[in-house]
Design a protein around this ligand. Structure first.
Ligand code: F6P
Length: 326
């Protein structure tokens, strides 16, 4: 097993609150282990261009509480090509980097897996995405902050919904997964939650809304995940209003406010723990794995598995939301 002297780290894909806490943990654990950490900017894009610099303990001072990523992020098309990856490998060699930690989601790990195999290069990944859709961890870095942001926003919208007797259809992020919608929906007492993992029948929804109306529910909140098969908040509003127009309807797309902001304590602790373990894992000779936390234990999941499988949403939670909204 080759000793690691220099370790590269990068953030890639959609940014997520807590990525900075992970960067801090990786940099400081590496220094503790006598490894020189090299920060790579703009994910794989910066790796291909050679945008990198040595990091020190003080480079990561005062960032644990900051959203976004000081290393910046990008979704690199070039890294999907053999040419791009070869350039990336050459830059790693030129800078004497022996191993990599990548923080990101599905796309990031897909790139890491191909690259690691092609060049026999040690890489481990940390799950950093607000979507919580990665297999091999109970929670991804950024998810807890994102749902708390949604909850704060929906609580405010609820005030207006109630004051004006309106039905609000609120679209949240999650292009392939309903985790954000489901948890924030339960936490805000949403009347309906529409997620991609469960087929949406508009007639069913209208039937439930009619029932609510007949029971003197004068206002309501529907949370819809952007990836829901109904087509999103505008489509749901259109289809509902065509057949049932008792409620005055408004639409809110929460958008990118869900990706920013200071990470919650839970995300900071998760990121610190996983960042520390990422360096330890590489030192112990681990590679090609995502480092996650399941039932409070650290678990290594091969990239291949974490990409292929998807974390499953609890349909029981959906049922609980339905029962509690009567
Ligand atoms: O993957 C995270 C995510 O926030 C998704 O929920 C969303 O669909 C997507 O990124 C948006 O990406 P972008 O910021 O590139 O538009």
């Amino acid at each position: 097993m080759k000793k690691i002297n220099r370790l590269g780290l990068l953030t890639s894909g959609g940014d997520a609150p807590g990525m900075n806490a992970a960067i801090r943990a990786i940099v400081r654990t590496a220094i503790y282990e006598n490894i020189e950490p090299i920060g790579i900017y703009r994910g794989y894009t910066g790796l291909i261009k050679g945008e990198m610099e040595v990091m020190h303990s003080r480079s990561v001072s005062n960032i644990i509480q900051r959203g976004g990523t000081i290393l910046k992020s990008a979704r690199s098309k070039e890294f999907m090509t053999k040419n791009g990856r070869t350039q990336a490998f050459e830059n790693l060699q030129k800078n004497n980097i022996d191993a990599l930690v990548v923080i990101g989601g599905d796309g990031t790990f897909t790139g890491a897996r191909i690259f690691g195999e092609e060049f026999d290069f040690p890489i481990v990944g940390l799950p950093g995405t607000i979507d919580n859709d990665l297999f091999g961890t109970d929670f991804t870095i950024g998810y807890d902050t994102a749902i708390n942001t949604v909850v704060e926003a929906v609580d405010k919208i609820r005030d207006t919904a109630d004051s004006h007797d309106r039905l609000f259809i609120i679209e949240v992020m999650g292009r392939d997964a309903g985790f954000i919608a489901l948890r924030s929906g339960i936490a805000t007492g949403a009347e309906k939650i529409l997620i991609p993992e469960s087929k949406t029948y508009i007639d069913n929804l209208i039937r439930l809304l009619r029932h609510d109306w007949s029971k003197n529910k004068t206002s309501g909140i529907i949370i819809v995940a952007e990836g829901d098969d109904s087509g999103g908040a505008f489509e749901v509003a259109k289809k509902v209003n065509e057949k049932f127009d008792q409620y005055e309807t408004r639409i809110t797309i929460l958008g990118h406010i869900q990706r920013g902001g200071s990470p919650t304590a839970m995300d900071r602790v998760l990121a610190s723990r996983l960042g520390y373990k990422a360096v330890k894992a590489l030192v112990e000779g681990e590679k090609d794995v995502m480092i996650g936390e399941i039932n409070r234990e650290i678990v290594y999941t091969p990239f291949e598995k974490s990409i292929k499988h998807h974390q499953t949403v609890s349909l029981e939670l959906l049922e609980i939301a339905r029962v509690l909204a009567i």
